[in-house]
Ligand binder design. Structure first.
Ligand SMILES: Cc1ncc(COP(=O)(O)O)c(C=O)c1O
Length: 412
């Protein structure tokens, strides 16, 4: 992909920045070609090249608690620097089991029912590789987090999409039932709280997911990385619903909860035979995950509940700052109940423009980067999510205010 932008149009300079990504198609296996470039890399490069405020990729611009950093540093100094056990250090496996019990009443055996991974990203990849035969269908809700279709493709599996509809991102239960009834359907992959929409699936909706899984004897994989970043209501793991404990693999990560996305400590918890299957794959992907960060995240999971709730409260204030500001600028805002992200309909502000064109123009014209939501939809349906744009609000207040100030200079 090659895109050219004028970074300094705002400052009346004529500098042109050209971003060239080497095409991967020549060597990349055919089934992975649709995933050769990610919009996040392109947009982050654009942000750097243009000096833009980056509300594209979902990473916080401040670090999490110092006490967790101190634990990681001390662990390095104390020599915890060689391969830790392949399934994760005992401290973290016990902390995950303790966390699931304390927060949700889920009982787990830390020896056989918890596996530590390199972020939720590896957990998702290893799980789909472990569970899917080529041609199996993975039922997932669209828009989808971008790694799902790519990981399904790595496994030779096929996404079977169920559409979420704004403003509340609801789905048609008949569409879910039809997807689950396909003879090749293997599992339902649920992401709640949901990226990119910020939706928290209601108990009715979780009940519908559980009902199709039990009726069709499907497995469920749930990506719950935003479990502690819920602003309205509370997080309910799918595994707690009747009939779901032994058919659900629950994935989470310390990155989002503790604002350490670069540490890449994630985990899967499930019944022992399911964890054993995922472990069989994980051992040949990365074998193990960095020990010092595992130790720090183990400590984080044991922090008092009010500390974790404080993270969500701080983020809710940022959600309000950005969403109120975008609404004042004329965007139609779908205010999220959780996560780092808000979605807007850009029609009122940029009539006739697609989200992609808007997001490509934005860095040069206003000095702000956002993500066109179309990338979270099936590319075979070019109309899907066409005028939606996703904004990350996990940034300092001053940065969010600066972004809003810059956006005020947009004119159609
Ligand atoms: C829904 C979802 N799942 C998984 C991940 C990846 O998590 P990790 O950084 O722990 O690999 C992200 C990161 O943005 C995400 O939004």
């Amino acid at each position: 992909m090659l895109s050219t932008v004028r970074p300094d149009d705002r400052r009346r300079s004529t500098t042109i920045v050209t971003i060239v990504a080497v095409p991967a198609d020549a060597y990349l296996a055919r089934r992975l070609r649709p995933f050769a470039t990610t919009v996040f890399a392109t947009m982050s490069e654009l942000a750097t090249a243009t000096g833009s405020v980056n509300l594209g990729q979902g990473f916080p611009d401040t670090d999490g608690p110092d006490e967790l950093c101190e634990i990681a540093v001390a662990a390095i100094r104390e020599g915890r620097n060689q391969y830790p056990p392949g399934n994760g250090i005992p401290e973290l496996r016990h902390a995950v089991a303790g966390h699931q019990h304390a927060w949700y009443g889920i009982e787990l055996d830390p020896e056989s029912e918890v596996l530590v991974t390199v972020g939720a990203t590896e957990a998702i990849a290893a799980t789909l590789l472990a569970l899917c035969e080529p041609g199996d269908e993975v039922v997932m809700f669209e828009p989808t987090y971008d790694s799902y279709a790519a990981c399904a493709a790595m496994a030779g599996a096929v996404p079977r999409l169920v559409r979420l509809h704004p403003p509340d991102w609801t789905f048609d239960p008949d569409e879910l039932a039809a997807a689950a009834a396909s003879p090749r359907a293997k599992l339902v992959l649920l992401n709640s709280p949901h990226n990119p929409t910020g939706k928290v699936f209601s108990s009715d909706e979780l009940g519908q997911v559980a009902a199709v899984c039990t009726a069709r004897d499907l497995l469920a994989v749930t990506d719950e990385v935003y479990e502690h970043l819920v602003f309205e209501g509370s997080h309910v793991p799918l595994a707690t619903l009747p009939g779901m404990r032994d058919r659900t693999l629950t994935i989470s990560s310390g990155g989002k909860t503790f604002s350490f996305t670069g540490w890449k400590v994630g985990w899967v918890s499930a019944a022992a035979p399911l964890v054993a299957a995922v472990r069989a794959v994980k051992q040949f992907l990365t074998y193990t995950s960095p020990a010092p960060f595992q130790l720090a995240i183990a400590h984080g999971l044991g922090l008092p509940p009010e500390t974790l709730r404080g993270f969500a409260a701080a983020l809710a204030a940022k959600r309000d700052l950005l969403c109120d500001g975008l609404a004042l600028l004329g965007f139609e805002v779908y205010r999220p109940d959780a996560t780092y992200f808000a979605t807007t309909e850009i029609g009122p502000v940029a009539p006739g423009l697609s989200g992609s064109d808007f997001c490509l123009a934005l860095p040069g014209r206003c000095g702000v980067v956002a993500i066109p939501s179309a990338v979270f939809y099936d590319p075979a349906d070019p109309g899907a999510g066409r005028t939606l744009v996703r904004w990350a609000f996990c940034k300092r207040d001053a940065v969010l205010r600066d972004a809003l100030r810059r956006l005020a200079s947009w004119s159609p």
